[in-house]
Design a protein around this ligand. Structure first.
Ligand code: FAD
Length: 471
C-alpha cells in the first residue's frame, strides 16, 4: 500500500515516528504543504520563511528529490492528492497550535469518512500536553511542579527511533509546485548575516548538537547567561522546524554525560522542559498568544507610542544592552535568552508598551519564532502569564549589562559605535564625562542615541501602573 507522509514541523528523516510508520506500511509519497489556511497573523514571519526555504531544500535532498511541495489549503489539496497518488494511508506527526489542532481534527474526520486510513504520532514533544495533569485532573499552571512532579515522574520520554532501513517511494509523478514557487525567500537580500550564522536542516542540527555536547554543555549553568559566549545550544530553530526531535537531544545528552546529577546537565534538560511547558500552556490555555493569562492585565494602562516602539525595534533606545540585543535579532535572526528578557522587560515596563507588540516583532524577526514559546515567554516577561516573573520585579538594564556582559564584549559587537568606551561606561554612556566620550568618539544624540527614557522614572511609572490594576 501507498501512504502520503505529510511533513509539517518534523522536517527530518531520523527519529520521525510518522515516517517510520509509513515506511513499515509500504511505499510513500512525501508531501509538504505551505498552508494558506492559517490565520493571517500566524503565517511564518520573514526570518522563519528564510529558514523554512533552506530546511525544505535540505529535506528534499535527504529524500533524494522526492519531496512534493505545494502551496494551498490542505483541506482541499489532500483528498485530491490521496486520489491522484492512489494512496490508502496518510500519516503525520501532531502539531499543537490551536488552529493546527482544529485543521487536523477536521481533516482526520473528512479523510476517514472517505475511507482512507489516517494515523498521527508524537514527533516533537517529550511529553504531550494531554498526558500530564495534576492529581485532581486539572492542568498545571506552575512550571516546577509541572516538570518535576508531572513530567519527570511520568513515563520516560520515548527513545529515538532507528531510521527506516529503506525508504521506498511510490512510482508517481511529482505534481508539486516546487520549493521556489512557495516564494519564501525575500525579494531584497537582508539575510547575509543570517545565512552566515545558521545551517538549517537535519545535518546542521546534528552538528550544532555535537558542538554543544563537546564544547559547552558541561559549563552550561555558568555560561548560559553570558551573551558574548556561545554557552547555549542554539538548537531552538532546529527544534521549531523539527529538524531534530527533543528526544534525540534528551538521549544524546544522557548518553554523553550519563545519568549524572551534574547541575549543568540538569539545568539544560529543564530548559527543554520549559519548551514542553510552553506547549502545555498553549494546549490547555489556547488563548495565550492573544489574551493575558492573568486577566487583571486587561485593564493595564499600556502606552501607545509608535516612535518609542520603532526605536526599540531598530536598536536605537540609547540603552546599550537593549540596543545590542535588538540589533543581534535584526542581524542574525536570534537573540540570546538573557537579553530577550532584558529587552522584553524594557519594552513592557520602561516603555509601558503592550507585550503583544513585542511578540509580533519577535515573530517576524526570530528564526526560532514559535507560537508556544514566544507567547508564553512574552507573558512571562510582562508578568501577565502563568508562573510569570512578578510584575514589580523590573530588570535594570544597566545592572543586567554590568552583571552578564561585564567587559562589554556583547555591546561592542553589536553597537560598534560604542566600542572604544571604557568598561565603566559601556552600559551607561550618558554618565561618561565629556572628555571620555570625546576620546571614544561617542557623541550622544549624534552617532549613538541619548537614552530614550529615564530608567528610574519609568520604573516608578511602571510600578504605579501596576498598582492601578492590583486591587
Ligand atoms: P538553550 O539554552 O540551548 O536551550 C535548549 C532549548 O530549550 C532551546 O533550544 C529551546 O527549545 C528550549 N528553551 C530554552 N529556554 C526556553 C524558554 N525560556 N522557553 C521555552 N523554551 C526554551 N524560544 C523559542 O524557541 N521560540 C521563541 O519564539 C521564543 N521567544 C522568546 C521570547 C522571549 C521574550 C523570551 C524571554 C524567550 C523566548 N524564547 C523563545 C525562549 C528562549 O529565549 C530560546 O528558546 C533560547 O534563547 C534559544 O536558544 P538556545 O537554543 O541556545 O537555548
Amino acid at each position: 500500500p501507498t501512504s502520503i507522509m505529510w511533513f509539517r514541523q518534523d522536517l527530518r528523516v531520523k527519529d520521525n515516528p510518522a515516517l517510520n510508520a509509513a515506511c513499515d506500511l509500504g511505499k510513500i509519497v512525501p508531501v509538504y504543504i505551505l498552508d494558506t489556511s492559517s490565520p493571517e497573523n500566524r503565517k511564518p514571519g520573514g526570518a522563519s520563511k528564510w529558514w523554512l526555504h533552506q530546511s525544505l531544500q535540505s529535506l528534499n535532498e535527504r529524500l533524494n528529490g522526492h519531496l512534493q511541495v505545494f502551496k494551498g489549503d490542505p483541506n482541499t489539496l489532500l483528498p485530491d492528492l490521496m486520489n491522484a497518488f492512489g494512496a490508502e494511508h496518510i500519516v503525520w506527526n501532531r502539531c499543537y497550535e490551536p488552529w493546527q489542532i482544529n485543521r487536523d481534527k477536521a481533516l482526520k474526520s473528512a479523510l476517514s469518512d472517505q475511507g482512507y486510513k489516517v494515523q498521527s504520532y508524537n514527533g516533537s514533544l517529550l511529553w504531550e500536553p494531554m498526558t500530564i495533569s495534576k492529581g485532581d485532573g486539572g492542568a498545571y499552571k506552575v512550571y516546577t511542579p509541572y516538570y518535576r512532579k508531572g513530567c519527570l515522574k511520568a513515563t520516560e520520554p520515548r527513545f529515538p527511533k532507528v531510521p527506516p532501513a529503506r525508504i521506498t517511494y511510490a512510482d508517481v509523478n511529482n505534481q508539486g509546485q516546487g520549493i521556489d514557487a512557495l516564494s519564501l525567500m525575500p525579494d531584497i537580500n537582508w539575510y547575509d548575516t543570517i545565512d552566515a550564522t545558521w545551517t538549517p536542516g537535519e545535518e546542521g542540527a546534528a552538528t550544532r548538537l555535537q558542538r554543544f555536547i563537546e564544547d559547552a554543555a558541561k559549563q552550561y549553568k555558568d555560561d548560559r547567561d553570558i551573551p558574548s559566549v556561545e554557552g547555549t545550544s542554539r538548537l531552538s530553530a532546529h527544534l521549531h522546524f523539527g529538524e531534530m526531535s527533543p528526544n534525540q537531544i534528551w538521549y544524546a545528552i544522557k548518553d554523553a554525560f550519563g545519568n549524572t546529577d551534574d547541575k549543568s546537565i540538569d539545568t539544560f534538560l529543564s530548559e527543554l522542559g520549559w519548551r514542553e511547558f510552553s506547549y502545555y500552556l498553549l494546549y490547555h490555555f489556547p488563548t495565550i498568544p492573544n489574551k493575558n493569562f492573568n486577566d487583571k492585565f486587561n485593564d493595564f494602562p499600556w502606552r501607545s507610542s509608535k516612535s518609542d516602539l520603532t526605536a526599540w525595534q531598530q536598536g536605537k533606545t540609547g540603552i546599550p544592552i537593549v540596543d545590542a540585543g535588538m540589533r543581534q535579532l535584526w542581524q542574525t535572526g536570534y537573540m540570546h535568552n538573557r537579553i530577550r528578557m532584558v529587552a522584553g522587560s524594557f519594552l513592557v515596563k520602561n516603555l509601558l508598551i503592550d507585550w503583544r507588540e513585542g511578540e509580533k516583532w519577535f515573530w517576524d524577526c526570530l528564526v526560532d519564532a514559535d507560537l508556544a514559546s514566544n507567547s508564553a515567554s512574552w507573558q512571562w516577561v510582562a508578568g501577565s502569564g502563568a508562573d510569570a516573573a512578578p510584575y514589580f520585579r523590573i530588570f535594570n538594564p544597566v545592572l543586567q549589562g554590568e552583571k552578564f556582559d561585564k567587559e562589554g564584549h556583547y555591546v561592542r559587537e553589536f553597537c560598534p559605535e560604542l566600542s572604544k568606551l571604557p568598561n565603566k561606561y559601556i552600559h551607561k554612556p550618558w554618565e561618561a564625562p565629556e572628555d571620555i566620550l570625546n576620546k571614544a568618539q561617542v557623541s550622544l544624540g549624534d552617532n549613538y542615541p541619548s537614552p530614550l527614557v529615564d530608567l528610574k522614572a519609568t520604573r516608578r511609572r511602571a510600578l504605579d501602573a501596576f498598582d492601578s490594576i492590583k486591587g
